[in-house]
Ligand binder design. Structure first.
Ligand SMILES: Nc1nc2c(ncn2[C@@H]2O[C@H](COP(=O)(O)OP(=O)(O)OP(=O)(O)O)[C@@H](O)[C@H]2O)c(=O)[nH]1
Length: 419
């Protein structure tokens, strides 16, 4: 049952978690050229031998950032470029997954195809970026024709590849060759390779890097961890519960077994309890427990007590009788209610004469006892001795018969089996 609930909870938590991480925990880094942490710049091919001219147009309120460009012929790779710099610190884009662009371009192309834009993420690394000149930042590039796409255009950061033309002029050790987006210093938007001489414009309305606060892979790993820890905790708890259940059932059956050997009214052993105690005695003491004497006693005229004072008083008399015997017997002696108003005392390592003396002493104790309802209660006593384990049953019978002889002889007396 608990397992079923735990599994249901985990399944729901996993579903909600995956959905929430995908849709509700996105973080956005917006590039709009307004924040002071960003600086806009127009760049062109002047520095590399061309004569193209790029400039930023004044930005109308709420309007796009516009790079206006005149591509001029006479140079193999003419270009104009809108650069967004972050002078206050490089961007760590590793926790972002996408770049969303609201971007359009205009301008003629050599093959009359739709104009393209090249987006560069340029990263700094002390080993190859020297003093941080833009040409020495590692460019990660994506080329596409934005006017053909629905806006915003969504680019996965995994699609950005290190530009091969840059890698040729900047030979890197193998570990540094791949994409590296932990220190992006400049993001730029450049005219496409097919840009033909003439007037070009790149209009950037907005750019956003989008990601999850927790990377999906990390989140999924966390979920796997959650499942493992939860199921492990369940197994530990279940094992502990099973042990506890077992302990409780052992305790219960012990309690029941004890109850089965005890008389519920007088709280002394019943006939089965006495048998069990005698067996244990023989196991533990063997022959050493002998001679063993047994005393049978039966309350006199008990029926009259019941008839005259009621059953409850009769019960109280039985309880008083059992307590009086218990209080006045040595600890090793076994006391049991044989049935009705009849009790048995088994005395290990006690010869007959000694047992008779004990019975006499108890008979006198009864005479001094304060009985319920001010009653005077006496009993008839029969005593017998077993010299070895084989004689125990016979001794019990003999003591019983002696007790009946005590009744017949007028009650309130002790008679031994040998008498
Ligand atoms: N109150 C009560 N009475 C019990 C209990 N067990 C047995 N008795 C009663 O004990 C009485 C025993 O009566 P009898 O066997 O005639 O013996 P007695 O009246 O003691 O007479 P003698 O043994 O001949 O002295 C019966 O009335 C039983 O109902 C018990 O647990 N509680």
């Amino acid at each position: 049952m608990v397992l079923r609930w735990l599994l249901a909870l985990l399944i729901v938590a996993t579903g909600v978690g995956l959905y929430a991480n995908e849709h509700w925990t996105t973080r956005v880094l917006a590039l709009d050229g307004i924040e002071p942490a960003q600086r806009l710049q127009a760049a062109d091919d002047h520095g590399s031998g061309g004569s193209s001219e790029a400039r930023l147009l004044p930005r109308p309120a709420g309007g796009p950032i516009t790079l206006d460009c005149d591509i001029r012929p006479g140079f193999d790779w003419p270009f104009c470029e809108l650069q967004v710099e972050f002078p206050e610190g490089d961007l760590d884009l590793r926790s972002f997954s996408h770049l969303k662009l609201w971007l359009t371009v205009d301008g003629p192309t050599l093959d009359h195809s739709p104009p393209q834009v090249r987006v560069f993420l340029r990263s700094f690394h002390p080993q190859f970026s020297g003093n941080g000149a833009v040409v020495d930042l590692k460019p990660h590039e994506v080329i596409f024709a934005p006017n053909d796409q629905a806006q915003p255009v969504q680019l996965r950061l995994a699609q950005f590849m290190v530009s091969s033309w840059w890698a040729q002029s900047h030979p890197l050790p193998v570990p540094l060759m791949g994409p590296q987006l932990d220190r992006v210093r400049v993001i730029s938007f450049s005219t496409g390779g097919q840009a033909a001489p003439g007037r070009h414009q790149i209009r950037l309305e907005r750019a956003e890097f989008v990601g999850n606060w927790i990377a999906p892979e990390t989140f999924r790993l966390g979920l796997v961890g959650l499942w493992m820890v939860s199921l492990l905790a369940y197994l530990v708890w279940d094992g502990w519960m099973a042990r506890r259940r077992l302990q409780m059932s052992v305790q219960r059956s012990r309690r029941l077994a004890k109850m089965a050997l005890r008389d519920p009214l007088t709280r002394v052993a019943n006939r089965d309890g006495l048998q069990r105690a005698l067996e244990l005695l023989q196991q533990v003491q063997g022959e050493l427990g002998f001679p063993l004497s047994v005393v049978f006693l039966d309350a006199d005229h008990f029926k009259r007590i019941n008839d005259t004072y009621g059953h409850d008083v009769g019960d109280q008399v039985l309880v008083t009788l059992a307590q009086t015997l218990k209080r006045n017997l040595p600890r090793d002696d076994l006391l049991a209610r044989w049935g009705g108003e009849e009790f048995v005392i088994a005395m290990p390592q006690t010869p007959l004469a000694e047992a008779v003396a004990v019975a006499e002493r108890l008979r006198h104790v009864f005479a001094r006892t304060l009985w319920p309802a001010g009653l005077k209660v006496t009993a008839s006593w029969g005593v017998a001795q077993a010299s070895g384990p084989a004689e125990v049953e016979a001794a019990l019978r003999e003591a019983d018969q002696a007790m009946y002889r005590a009744k017949a002889a007028g009650r309130d007396r002790v008679i031994s089996g040998s008498a």
